[in-house]
Write a protein of this length. Structure first.
Length: 189
């Protein structure tokens, strides 16, 4: 297979990124990895209950917007990562090591989410042409696949938001009064 079509490194990076960085040695984030079972449960539940999607066109629009948003976030993230690389001096321990890792992890999540959005769009387009009722509801395996993929993308999106915010707060030295990571209730006026 041509390397051009090989998405396995992106998926591997996504899986490897699901780590708990609170320890000296990185450990698997079991809760995050287990949460990825939820989309498979959604898929199975939709098949078992003969679920239908009432507005597949709206979901297709949302999936397309999400793909674009994730790719756009990736480009901004790449620029931020490049700045970290420029700030680092060879042979000197980086003060942005944690942030760099968060951005690297987030890049893989964003690209995985974008790939899944593209796959979901394909499933929706095909399903809307072969698996739609007279009322426009998507049903069967097409509805189950779309629901499972959409829930996976949603989980990836939830993974990304705290990582991006944390990197932003750390790299820009956001004041403790404004940082969501600071639990104090004191605010400067």
């Amino acid at each position: 297979m041509s390397e051009r079509f090989n998405v396995l490194p992106v998926l591997r990076g996504h899986w490897k990124g699901l780590t708990d960085g609170r320890y000296r040695e990185k450990r698997a984030d079991i809760a995050a990895r287990l949460s990825l079972l939820l989309p498979f449960a959604v898929f199975g539940f939709m098949l078992w209950r003969h679920g239908r999607l009432a507005a597949p066109a709206a979901l297709l629009t949302g999936v397309a917007l999400m793909a674009g948003g994730m790719l756009s976030a990736f480009t901004h993230l790449s620029t931020l990562r490049l700045k970290i690389t420029d700030w680092e001096k060879p042979g000197v321990v980086s003060r942005f090591e944690v942030e760099r890792d968060m951005l690297d992890e987030t890049a893989a999540h964003l690209l995985t989410g974008s790939l899944l959005c593209a796959l979901n769009a394909a499933v929706l387009v095909i399903g809307m042409n072969v698996g739609v009722t007279k009322t426009g509801h998507l049903y069967g395996i097409w509805a189950a696949m779309a629901a499972g993929l959409s829930s996976y993308v949603l989980i990836v999106f939830v993974f990304v938001i705290p990582r991006l915010y944390s990197a932003y707060v750390q790299m820009n030295n956001v004041s403790g009064d404004l940082s969501g990571f600071n639990r104090s209730k004191n605010n400067s006026n």
